[in-house]
Design a protein around this ligand. Structure first.
Ligand code: URA
Length: 432
C-alpha cells in the first residue's frame, strides 16, 4: 500500500478500506506523508465524498491518532461543539453557565477556520490566558473548578490538528465527511460521554442549506451512536452573524456583557437551547424550558460570571479585564458605517462579514499568520431592524486606516435594505 494508490483510488471515486484510511492518518500524523499528498487526498474526498463506513473509519483513525482521555472519574461529562460561524461567542458564555450548575466541562476548542472564528483565538485575547496546557493539568482544572477550556495543543486527535490546518489553507472546509470526522474525532479523544452539537446553517456556515445541515447532523449523530456517545444536534441559523461583535477581543467583551445579564436575543436563544440539552444529557433536568430558567438564574445571581473569572484566573488570565473590559486594547481607528437607505434590513451576509473580519486581521489567510486581537466589526443593525438614511449600521475597528476604509464600504454591501417590513429570522431551525 502507498499514498499514491490511495489518492488515485479516491480520485477515481472508489471506496477506501479501513486499512487504507488508517495508513493515511498514521503516516500523515507522523510526517511520512507530505502536505501536498495529503492535500490531494483531502481535495479528492472533498469532491467525491465518502461512504458512511469510510467516514466512521476516518473519524476513529483520527480520534486514536493520539491519546484518548478517560474522564470517567468525573461521572457524566457533556461536551459541546459548533460547526463554525461568524460572531459565535457561545462557548465563552455557555461553558461557565453549565459549570456553575455543577456539570463538568472539559472542552477542547479550535482556532479560526476559513472565514469563521475560533474560541481559542478569542479567549487568548485575555492577557496571560493559557490555552496550551498538559493533560494532567487539564484534568486537575476540571477536578478543582469543574471547567477547563483549552486549545488543540495536547496530544489529542493530532491528525485532526494537521488536517484542519491544511483544509483551512486549501479551500476544503465545506465537506460533510471532513467536518464530521474533524469534530467527532476531537470529541471522542477528549473523553466526554455525551455531546451537544451546534450545527450552523446559512451564508456564514459551512452548510448553506437546511437539507445539508440535517445531513451533517445525521452523520455526526450516527458516529456518536457507534462510539456510544449520545449526541444531540441543534441546527441554528448563521444567515447573519450571531450577536453584535465579530472579532476576537470584541467578542470576548460581548460574552462578558452577556454573563453580566446583557445578552443579545439571538445569542440568548442559541446559548439557552444548547445548554438546556447539555443539562438534560447530564441527567440534571428533563424539562428543556425549566433548564433554560436554571441557566438564566446562574446569570442573574452572578454565579456564571464568577465561574468565568475562576476559569480565566486558573489558566493564568488577567481577570481585571473581565471586571473592566475597557482595559482590552482598542483598535486605532473606529469607523462608523452609515446607511444610505431607509427601510428594513432584509439581508446581512454573514460570510461577507466574516471575510471582512479576516481582511482586517481578525483571522488568518496563511497558517502562520498572527491574529490581530483588537480588530473587527460591531453590528448595530440586524435583519428585521428599521433604518433611516444616516443611521449607523455598525462600526469597523481597524488598526490599518486603508483596510478600515475598505471594510466600511464592504460592510455597506453586506446589507440589503427593503422598503417592506421584514420579520426577525428564526435562530433555532431544528433540534434532533
Ligand atoms: N469545527 C471543527 O472542529 N472542524 C470542522 O471541520 C469545522 C468546525
Amino acid at each position: 500500500m502507498n499514498i499514491l494508490e490511495i489518492i488515485a483510488k479516491k480520485r477515481d471515486k472508489k471506496e477506501l478500506s479501513k486499512e487504507e484510511i488508517n495508513y493515511f492518518v498514521t503516516n500523515y500524523t507522523n510526517g511520512n506523508i507530505a502536505d501536498y499528498q495529503a492535500s490531494a487526498l483531502i481535495m479528492a474526498i472533498y469532491i467525491n465524498g465518502m461512504s458512511k463506513e469510510e467516514i466512521t473509519n476516518l473519524t476513529l483513525a483520527m480520534a486514536y491518532s493520539g491519546e484518548v482521555l478517560d474522564l470517567s472519574e468525573f461521572g457524566i461529562v457533556v461536551d459541546k461543539h459548533s460547526t463554525g460561524g461568524i460572531g459565535d461567542k457561545v462557548t465563552l458564555i455557555l461553558a461557565p453557565i453549565i459549570a456553575s450548575l455543577g456539570i463538568p466541562i472539559a472542552k477542547m476548542s479550535g482556532r479560526g477556520l476559513g472565514y469563521t472564528g475560533g474560541t481559542i483565538d478569542k479567549i487568548e485575547s485575555i492577557p496571560g490566558y493559557q490555552t496550551n496546557i498538559d493533560i494532567k493539568t487539564f484534568k486537575e482544572n476540571v477536578k478543582k473548578l469543574g471547567v477547563s477550556l483549552i486549545g488543540q495543543t495536547l496530544n489529542l486527535a493530532p491528525a485532526d490538528k494537521k488536517i484542519y490546518a491544511l483544509r483551512d489553507a486549501t479551500a476544503t472546509t465545506e465537506s460533510i465527511p471532513l467536518i464530521s470526522s474533524s469534530i467527532m474525532s476531537k470529541k471522542i479523544a477528549a473523553g466526554a460521554n455525551k455531546i451537544v452539537l451546534d450545527v450552523t446553517c446559512g451564508s456564514g456556515a459551512f452548510m448553506k442549506k437546511l437539507d445539508d445541515a440535517v445531513k451533517l447532523a445525521e452523520t455526526m449523530k450516527n458516529i456518536g451512536k457507534l462510539a456510544e456517545k449520545e449526541t444531540v444536534c441543534v441546527i441554528t441559523s448563521m444567515e447573519e452573524p450571531l450577536g453584535e461583535a465579530v472579532g476576537n477581543s470584541l467578542e470576548v467583551i460581548e460574552a462578558i456583557d452577556a454573563l453580566n445579564g446583557k445578552m443579545k436575543e439571538d445569542v440568548k436563544q442559541v446559548v439557552l437551547t444548547l445548554g438546556a440539552y447539555m443539562i438534560k444529557l447530564a441527567g440534571k433536568g428533563e424539562d428543556i424550558e425549566e433548564n433554560k430558567q436554571k441557566m438564566l438564574e446562574q446569570i442573574q445571581t452572578g454565579k456564571a460570571l464568577a465561574k468565568f473569572k475562576e476559569l480565566v484566573q486558573n489558566q493564568n488570565g488577567d481577570i481585571s479585564y473581565i471586571d473592566n473590559p475597557n482595559l482590552f486594547k482598542k483598535a486605532k481607528y473606529i469607523l462608523p458605517v452609515v446607511s444610505d437607505k431607509t427601510g428594513y434590513i432584509k439581508k446581512l451576509d454573514a460570510k461577507m462579514v466574516g471575510e471582512i473580519s479576516v481582511a482586517l486581521g481578525a483571522g488568518r489567510i496563511k497558517k502562520e499568520d498572527k491574529i490581530d486581537e483588537a480588530v473587527g466589526i460591531i453590528l448595530k443593525k440586524k435583519i428585521g431592524d428599521k433604518v433611516k438614511v444616516g443611521d449607523i449600521l455598525g462600526y469597523i475597528h481597524a488598526n490599518d486606516y486603508t483596510k478600515g476604509k475598505c471594510a466600511v464600504s464592504d460592510l455597506v454591501d453586506c446589507y440589503e435594505i427593503s422598503s417592506e417590513l421584514v420579520q426577525k429570522p428564526q435562530c433555532i431551525l431544528k433540534e434532533m
